[in-house]
Design a protein around this ligand. Structure first.
Ligand SMILES: Cc1ncc(COP(=O)(O)O)c(C=O)c1O
Length: 399
C-alpha cells in the first residue's frame, strides 16, 4: 500500500517475490501467480495445449474446480474412481484411456499425496501430460519431494481456507518453458506477457492482447500470503502431530477410522483429516456421529458437501462448453469407491500452530478429546444397557 502499486502489470514487486519463493520451495524454474486456483488450473490446461476433442482423465473424488475449466477449452474430463484413501486410481483409469486421451489431472485429496510413483509411470506409459491439483496440499511431500513437481505443472489455490491463503488467489509452477509461456498468454497480457514470453515463440505476436482473459492477482492478497511461504515446513510438521492426536481421540469411538493420515512416504498437508465410520459397528453411522459431535459444540467437524463426487453433478452428467459441443460423456464407469467415501466419511480441520496460536490450537484438540470421550462413554453405556436388556428375559425365565 505504501508503494502505491495496487496493480502489478509485470513480474515485479510482491508478485515476483512470491513467485521466487514458490519456485525456490519447489525447485522449479517458473511460477505464475493468478487470481484463483481455478485460473491456475485453467492456465495449466491451456499451457499443455489442450483443446476441443481432447480428453483428460480426472478424479471423480475431488472438488469440481479440478476439472471444470477444461470445459472452457472444449476439452472433456473423463471421470476416474479413487482408491479407498481418496487417491487417484490408475487401475481404474487404465480402462478409460482412448486415442483422444491427452492428459491426466490428479488431486491430492485433503492433503494426502497420491501414489506418485504409480501416477507418473501410468502417465508416461500412456504418453500423457500430468497436471497436479495441489489446492489441498501446499507443502505435502511424496518420497521427500513436494507435490506439484511431478508432472507438467502443479496448481494451488490460495483461497482463504487454504494452508497458504491470499483471500483469493492461485499459483501455477512448472519446469516447462512452453507451459509458462502459454499460461502468460491466457491471463497476463501486455506488459507481463511481453517481457516473459519467448520473443521467438509462435504465440509471441499475441502477447499484447492475450486471449481475452485477465488472471492477474490482487497484490494485497499476495503480500498477505508471502510471509506464510516461509512458515510452510513448520506448519506441515505441526500438522502431523495434531493429526495423529486427533486420530487417537476419534479412534476411541468404535467403528471410526482415520483415512488420510500420513504414511509410507506420503506426508499429508492435512487440509482436513478424513475419517470413515462403519455403520455396522456404530449404529446410525457417520450422520449420527457428526450430528452428535456438532451438538456437543464440535463445529469444525462436517460432511464434505461441495466436494461431492463429480459424476453426481449435472455439469459432468450433461457436459457443455462455450467453445464446442460434446458427443461423448464424462461418466463412463461406475464409481463405487468414491460413492462409499462420500456416504461414510466426515472431515475435521487440523490446526498447524502458527506462532502465537499454539495455545488456541492445543485448546481445540483438548475440546475434541472431551467430546470424543463423552461420545465413546455414551456408546459404551448404551451397549452395556442393550446387552443386559437382551439377557434380562432369559435371567427372569431361569428364576
Ligand atoms: C481441490 C480444489 N481444486 C481447485 C480449487 C479451486 O480454487 P479456487 O477456489 O481458488 O478457484 C479448490 C478450492 O476451492 C479445491 O479445493
Amino acid at each position: 500500500m505504501a508503494s502505491g502499486r495496487l496493480s502489478i502489470y509485470d513480474r515485479s514487486g510482491v508478485v515476483a517475490e512470491f513467485e521466487d519463493a514458490w519456485s525456490e520451495g519447489h525447485s522449479l524454474p517458473y511460477s505464475l501467480v493468478t487470481n484463483s486456483g481455478t485460473a491456475a488450473l485453467h492456465s495449466a490446461f491451456y499451457g499443455i495445449g489442450l483443446g476441443p476433442g481432447d480428453e483428460v482423465l480426472c478424479p471423480t473424488y475431488t472438488f469440481f474446480a479440478t476439472a471444470a475449466s477444461l470445459f472452457q477449452l472444449g476439452a472433456l474430463p473423463v471421470l476416474v474412481d479413487c482408491r479407498p484413501d481418496g487417491a487417484f486410481d490408475t487401475n481404474h483409469a487404465a480402462a478409460l484411456v482412448t486415442e483422444r486421451t491427452k492428459a491426466i489431472v490428479v488431486t491430492h485429496m485433503w492433503g494426502l499425496p497420491c501414489e506418485m510413483d504409480d501416477v507418473v509411470s501410468f502417465a508416461s506409459r500412456h504418453g500423457l501430460d500430468l497436471i497436479e491439483d495441489c489446492s489441498h496440499a501446499h507443502g505435502a511431500t511424496y518420497a521427500g519431494r513436494r507435490v506439484g513437481t511431478f508432472g507438467a505443472a502443479g496448481a494451488w489455490s490460495l483461497q482463504t481456507q487454504k494452508l497458504i491463503a491470499a483471500g483469493e488467489g492461485g499459483v501455477l509452477a512448472t519446469d516447462r518453458r512452453d507451459v509458462y509461456d502459454r499460461a502468460q498468454l491466457l491471463g497476463h497480457f501486455n506488459k507481463r506477457a511481453m517481457k516473459e514470453m519467448d520473443p521467438e515463440g509462435p504465440l509471441y505476436p499475441y502477447a499484447v492482447t492475450g486471449h481475452g482473459l485477465k488472471y492477474r492477482a490482487h497484490p494485497l492478497g499476495i503480500a498477505f500470503a508471502l510471509p506464510q511461504v516461509a512458515e510452510l515446513t513448520d506448519w506441515i510438521d505441526a500438522k502431523q502431530r495434531y493429526a495423529r492426536r486427533l486420530a487417537e481421540l476419534f479412534h476411541r469411538i468404535d467403528g471410526v477410522t482415520a483415512v488420510t493420515l500420513s504414511r509410507d512416504g506420503r506426508v499429508s498437508a492435512h487440509y482436513a483429516l478424513l475419517f470413515e465410520v462403519d455403520p455396522k459397528v456404530l449404529p446410525g453411522g457417520r450422520d449420527w456421529l457428526v450430528a452428535a459431535c456438532n451438538a456437543e459444540g464440535l463445529e469444525d467437524m462436517d460432511v464434505p458437501k461441495a466436494t461431492s463426487p463429480l459424476h453426481t453433478l449435472h455439469l459432468f452428467q450433461a457436459p457443455t462448453s462455450p467453445v464446442t459441443s460434446y458427443d461423448r460423456p464424462c461418466v463412463r464407469a461406475a464409481y463405487p469407491v468414491a460413492e462409499h467415501l462420500a456416504a461414510h466419511t466426515f472431515k475435521i480441520s487440523v490446526p498447524c500452530a502458527p506462532r502465537a496460536f499454539e495455545d488456541e490450537d492445543d485448546r481445540y484438540v483438548e475440546a475434541v478429546g472431551k467430546v470424543t470421550d463423552k461420545i465413546a462413554g455414551y456408546l459404551a453405556e448404551r451397549r452395556a444397557q442393550q446387552a443386559s436388556a437382551r439377557l434380562a428375559p432369559v435371567g427372569r425365565g431361569v428364576e
